[in-house]
Design a protein around this ligand. Structure first.
Ligand SMILES: [Zn+2]
Length: 77
């Protein structure tokens, strides 16, 4: 049975930069590109604009938060 894999968008780097660095980059990119819940209208439409800036696609609400996640989590190494 095939093992379920994380989407590997760091594949374009090929063998460069080392596996640990590619894995970390991959994790950050997944967090960055996914949509989050808007603190104002509660829709899952909060998207990444720039480092630390998040904007809601539905109501246009802009919020400052974590660099690659809207809310800071302690899990990121
Ligand atoms: Zn909103």
């Amino acid at each position: 049975m095939a093992k379920k894999k994380m989407p590997n968008i760091a594949g374009r780097f090929g063998p460069r930069y080392g596996s640990t660095l590619r894995k970390r980059w991959n994790l950050i990119m997944i967090k960055k590109t996914s949509l989050y819940e808007c603190p104002q209208c509660m829709h899952k439409k909060l998207e990444w604009v720039s480092v630390g800036i998040w904007r809601c696609r539905k109501c246009g609400f802009t919020v400052a938060g974590g660099a690659y996640e809207p809310f800071l989590s302690r899990k990121v190494r």
